[in-house]
Design a protein around this ligand. Structure first.
Ligand code: 5GP
Ligand code: ZN
Length: 138
């Protein structure tokens, strides 16, 4: 399953060259072309799914297991101080390439991104928290 004109379908299939650090039957893991830090990589499934909503559960499970293994490997090799795993869905959430992918971002004490990858904090009352909780509880 692939999508015409999808850059990540082409990269995953090896039709467009990339700096590949890992590959198996289902995934290709490449260095991001515009990295937040040295070693910033992307886990890309070879099949096209636009986002987490359409991603099959089994592939999602495999992706997180792969992310865990690579986090350990990359932290060991790069001697980074921390690690972010980021996954954007939809324009509002910052997604720019609409083929599911996970960002693997090694972090360093002074990497200049300490004020990034964060958000403002709302002050919600107990009642507001309870209302949201009731709405979401399954
Ligand atoms: P998003 O914003 O969708 O979560 O992340 C897309 C990421 O893909 C960005 O970090 C961007 O730098 C990266 N990217 C976009 N096009 C290419 C490409 O052609 N090659 C590589 N290696 N990375 C890309
Ligand atoms: Zn695609």
């Amino acid at each position: 399953m692939r999508e015409e004109n999808c850059i990540f379908c082409k990269i995953a299939a090896g039709e467009i060259p990339s700096k590949t650090i890992y590959e198996d039957e289902q995934f290709r893991v490449i260095l991001d072309i515009s990295p937040a830090v040295r070693g910033h990589a992307l886990i890309i499934p070879k099949e096209h799914y636009a986002d987490i909503y359409s991603l099959p559960e089994e592939l999602a499970a495999r992706a997180i297991v792969l992310a865990k293994k690579l986090a350990v490997h990359m932290t060991e090799m790069l001697k980074c101080d921390g690690f972010n795993i980021v996954q954007n869905n939809g324009e509002a959430a910052g997604q720019t390439v609409f083929h599911f992918h996970m960002h693997l971002i090694p972090r360093y004490q002074e990497d200049g991104n300490q004020d990034k990858l964060c958000w403002n904090h709302l002050e919600l009352s107990q009642e507001e928290l309870e209302e949201i909780c009731q709405k979401l509880r399954q």
